[in-house]
Design a protein around this ligand. Structure first.
Ligand SMILES: [Mn+2]
Length: 422
């Protein structure tokens, strides 16, 4: 039997509309919207350069019914590039929940692409390679039965591949379609299961290989992939898998970066530190656009300074990033830093923490009660130790304090900070 290599990809979601990008400041909308097309082009480039024997796509080529015929034409042009190779590279695909027969209204026949039927499973063989490929498309978006049970027995003497769009035993954030049990897949006797639907790459089993290649290109920050998204390259020799690799093909790298600024001593230092951390991550994504959410954490006195004018701090970080880092877009900046509490404040049973928690958990109509029960004793304590400070902050005026209640956390942190400086 000839040695060969094949590529397994899934969940291309071509021209996924990526709603909501416009609401973000200065989002590189064009780059992000175009990413699914470029990733598909990268996939085809890879297949051509590596002269693989065939390409498998395990469902969800399309995100839904085409908004314009250009989506289908783009896919056709890419498939034609594979067909024009010498020798031609055939493509085997199934339809998933996003591009099920009932979802896509226009059918396109591409001679070099074999689409598995949805009425029942089918088997295609490549006699020259001694390969049998089994698969079944989705007829409708919601397929609740275990399709794998109906797949044919392995063809003896051949390398058997099953293509399946499935939630397997269920994965967070994905609809439960065509569930199956990996043990059943192993028992089927195939050599490789090319799975689609779950966007996070996962190798469930080896020998036989049961693999979610993951989607080709992440679509939003909830699809982070520090190692990059792409396809699986499988090398087969004498009917055995002798090589298995993840090939990175994406162009936009989504990420969530949590940065601890506890050790910084000023706002300026915090900004420098954040930029350095972001730059380091950007250096790890090659030519990709790094589209990252920044979560700033840590317990530091700088927190108070930041929170006094949060929007200017966030703006500074955005401006610095734009000015100094190419190919980085901050999707969102979340500031979750804390001001260290003084020992003396914690002594009385954590009164400050208790107050903050109480206020967070209370409805507006309880403000008066809360003022009497929680704010007043605290204010009196501060009054006894530093009456001037109390006046300075306006906390000697009950009406002012009541109005302040929704923002009491900041007010209290301000008091603690002032006390610390005394
Ligand atoms: Mn799917």
């Amino acid at each position: 039997m000839a040695d060969f290599r094949f590529v397994h990809a899934a969940d291309i979601h071509l021209d996924s509309p990526l709603l909501g990008l416009e609401s973000h400041d200065e989002a590189p909308v064009e780059t992000i919207r175009g990413a699914t097309r470029i990733a598909l082009t990268n996939l085809v480039n890879f297949c051509l350069e590596e002269k693989v024997a065939f390409l498998i796509i395990a469902g969800d080529v399309y995100d839904g019914d085409w908004k314009s015929a250009e989506t289908g034409r783009f896919f056709l042009r890419q498939m034609n590039r594979l067909a024009a190779a010498d020798p031609p590279i055939p493509v085997f695909l199934i339809k998933g929940n996003h591009d099920a027969a009932s979802v896509i209204s226009r059918e396109m026949i591409i001679p070099s692409v074999t689409t598995f039927p949805h009425a029942k499973p089918a088997t295609h063989t490549l006699p020259e390679l001694q390969v049998a490929i089994h698969g079944q498309s989705y007829s409708r978006a919601e397929v609740n039965e275990d399709l794998s049970l109906g797949y044919a027995a392995p063809v003896p003497g051949m390398f058997n591949i099953g293509i399946l769009h499935t939630s397997a035993t269920g994965r967070e954030g994905h609809d439960r379609y065509a569930p199956c049990n990996p043990n059943d897949l192993v028992r089927k006797g195939y050599d490789y299961w090319a799975l689609g639907h779950i966007h996070k790459r996962e190798v469930i089993h080896e020998h036989p290989h049961i693999v979610f290649s993951g989607n080709l290109q992440g679509r939003h920050v909830r699809e982070p992939a520090p190692e990059g998204k792409g396809c699986s390259l499988v090398t087969v020799s004498a009917s055995q898998i002798v090589g298995f690799e993840h090939i990175v093909l994406d162009v936009v790298r989504w990420d969530i970066l949590e940065i601890d600024i506890s050790l910084t001593r000023s706002k300026e230092e915090a900004l420098d530190f954040l930029i350095a951390e972001i730059a380091q991550r950007a250096g790890m994504v090659g030519d990709c656009l790094l589209a990252t959410r920044i979560k700033i954490v840590g317990t530091t006195p700088v927190s108070l300074e930041i929170h006094r004018d949060l929007s200017s701090f966030v703006d500074s970080l955005r401006e610095r990033t734009q000015a100094t880092l190419d190919g980085v877009w901050l999707e969102e900046i979340q500031v979750e830093t804390r001001t260290p509490l003084l020992e003396s404040e914690l002594e009385e049973g954590g009164s400050v923490l208790g107050l903050i928690d109480a206020i967070r958990g209370q409805a507006d109509d309880n403000i008066n009660q809360l003022y009497e029960a929680k704010a007043l004793p605290l204010i009196n304590r501060i009054k006894a130790s530093n009456a001037d400070l109390l006046k300075e902050l306006g906390l000697d005026d009950p009406e002012y304090v009541r109005n302040l209640m929704p923002d009491i956390e900041q007010a209290i942190l301000a008091i603690i900070d002032s006390e610390a400086k005394r």
